[in-house]
Design a protein around this ligand. Structure first.
Ligand code: ZN
Length: 359
């Protein structure tokens, strides 16, 4: 199942946020897949996230800022341009409060995605993945951390006990690492550019350097090591976490793609085939272990950045999919998945509620 709705994907420019990059990746993925899959695989359903949910992750001071008269200040900070200014200039019909509402809707869809994944083993939300937001403030184009909010909400309501976050975005998942630091139920793995933002500071005592459970920095020119290191890290996670999680959340950033146009991502250049291999490696790993998988989009910039996400979803749903060099075998879609996976592991599932398959 794929969550997509045009209302969940308005352009940043509508809110007066002027990032000099295109932001229609979700729409392009949707249009590509709709032609091949039809409408049946898509859902517009979403949950509501409120102030109390945001407070599961963010500090009371930050929550007050977001839900009080100073929300514009919070947005300016989250969209700071790195040189003392901000990408948030406002001046449109839509207010800062409208933008917060939009971001809460995104977080609601992330939460829905995780619930769907628990019910159907797999769900992909064409949005979300705001992994740079920390407990005290938003940053790196991320106002709140939808991933951690959704996980904490699922834990609070006993849908899950444990989760892993697998962050494939080119930028280190530093907000998520900061929030999940010391958490014995949430484990984080981030594979990212060894250099460049947010790791481009000489002073390494800042929160962006708080380690994930496992960090895999990939140096420029070492893209051929990527898959091998990723597989090793997944195995290592299982050892560190002493077992498998109730839910795996994957941040499917397409900014490691060689055709990504954000200037800061030129330090990592995976080819289209490497991107597909990256995704299939993670997908098959969790599928083999019968772990439910929820995907959010993360970063990805420029006219071509939709392709890795779309080709991955095509492969998952149709088996074949489209390799960028052609070809692509029929490995079977997730529909063949073992639906009885809850019995296969034992231990920590007792508090997990089961969903009914709706269609
Ligand atoms: Zn990124």
């Amino acid at each position: 199942m794929i969550i997509y709705s045009p209302e969940l994907s308005p352009k940043f420019s509508e809110f007066g946020i002027n990032i000099p990059i295109t932001d229609d990746r979700s729409l392009k993925v949707y249009e590509h897949l709709r032609k091949r899959l039809g409408e049946n695989h898509f859902s517009k359903e979403s949950k509501l996230i409120d102030k109390n949910d945001v407070a599961l992750v963010h500090t009371p001071e930050y929550v007050d800022e977001l839900f009080g008269p100073n929300v514009a200040t919070a947005i300016k900070r989250a969209f700071d341009d790195g040189i003392g200014g901000t990408h948030y200039v406002g001046g449109t019909e839509k207010t800062p409060e409208d933008f917060l509402k939009h971001i809460l809707a995104q977080a609601g869809a992330t939460y829905q995605c995780m619930q769907n994944a628990l019910a159907y083993d797999f769900c992909y939300f064409l949005g979300g993945g705001m992994h740079h937001a920390m407990t005290t403030h938003g940053r790196g184009f991320c106002l709140i951390n939808d991933i951690m909010i959704a996980i904490r909400k699922l834990q609070k309501t006993n849908f899950i006990s444990t989760a892993w976050i697998i962050d494939l975005d080119a930028h280190k998942g530093d907000g998520t690492a900061q929030i999940a630091q010391g958490d014995k139920k949430v484990f984080t793995l981030s594979i990212h550019m060894a250099k460049g933002w947010p790791l481009d500071k000489e002073d390494t005592t800042g929160p962006e350097f708080i380690p994930s459970t496992i960090d895999i920095p990939i140096a420029e020119g070492e893209e051929n090591q990527y898959i091998k290191k990723l597989v090793m890290a997944l195995e290592q996670m299982q050892t560190i976490a002493k077992g498998l999680p109730d839910l795996a959340v994957i941040i499917d950033g397409s900014d490691p793609y060689e055709k990504d146009t954000l200037p800061g991502t030129h330090l990592m250049k995976l080819t289209g085939d490497q991107m597909l291999q990256r995704n299939m490696t993670v997908y098959e790993w969790f599928k083999r272990k019968c772990v439910a998988q929820a995907y959010v989009m993360g970063g990805g910039y420029g006219d071509e950045s939709w392709r890795p996400n779309a080709y991955f979803l095509e492969r998952v749903h149709c088996g074949g999919g489209q390799s960028q060099s052609g070809g692509g075998g029929h490995s079977g879609g997730h529909h063949n998945n073992n639906r009885n996976h809850h019995q296969n592991r034992g231990g920590h599932h007792n508090n997990k509620r089961h969903f009914h398959k709706k269609k």
